[in-house]
Design a protein around this ligand. Structure first.
Ligand code: SF4
Length: 176
């Protein structure tokens, strides 16, 4: 059977959702037997490829760079999964939205930094004023809440989608 092409993408998140994916432990071997991992922070691949079957995306969209990476992933993927509360709702990255990016940067790097007060800027992607969830930018095929989603939930979803036996009434909830 032809292997499906799986990708994972890390936008503005803490990597906890990817850690939860790794927490599927030995079941990773079951997944590995079904897929080629074609892009992921867990693999050293620089460019999001074409013709991806499923992409799982962690994190909110907090910069123009995040937005461009998300659009590329959408263009080249049949199924796009918002993995975790940051991707689904904005969650922690979106906590700054009430004040905006500039006020947040001033507060963190100037007003609360007694030693080397300066806003890091050189060579960093500029922040959007608001950090937003994926569905504000692209069509999302499946939302998997949780901070992070349980490993069992991620495995059930991925295994079901990859084998075409998905029962997507997932046992999920927001938060830990
Ligand atoms: S949903 Fe939670 S675990 Fe996942 S990236 Fe956001 S803060 Fe981290």
């Amino acid at each position: 059977m032809k292997k499906r092409r799986l990708a994972t993408l890390w936008l503005d998140g803490c990597s906890g959702c990817h850690m939860s994916l790794l927490d599927t432990d030995e079941r990773l071997l079951d997944l590995a037997a079904q897929v080629d991992m074609v892009f992921s922070p867990l693999a050293d691949i620089k460019e999001f490829p074409e013709q991806v079957d499923v992409v799982c995306i962690e994190g909110a969209v907090s910069s123009a760079e995040d937005e461009a990476r998300l659009h590329r992933a959408r263009r080249h993927s049949k199924l796009l999964i918002a993995m975790g509360d940051c991707a689904v709702t904005g969650n922690i990255p979106a906590m700054r939205n009430v004040h905006g990016a500039d006020a947040m940067l001033r507060s963190v790097y100037l007003e609360r930094e007694p030693l080397q007060a300066q806003i890091p800027g050189t060579n960093l992607p500029p922040l959007r004023d608001k950090s937003l969830p994926l569905h504000h930018f692209v069509h999302v095929d499946l939302f998997i809440p949780g901070c992070p989603p349980a490993a069992d939930t991620l495995f059930t979803a991925l295994n079901g989608l990859l084998t075409g036996t998905a029962d997507l009434r997932l046992d999920t909830r927001f938060g830990a």
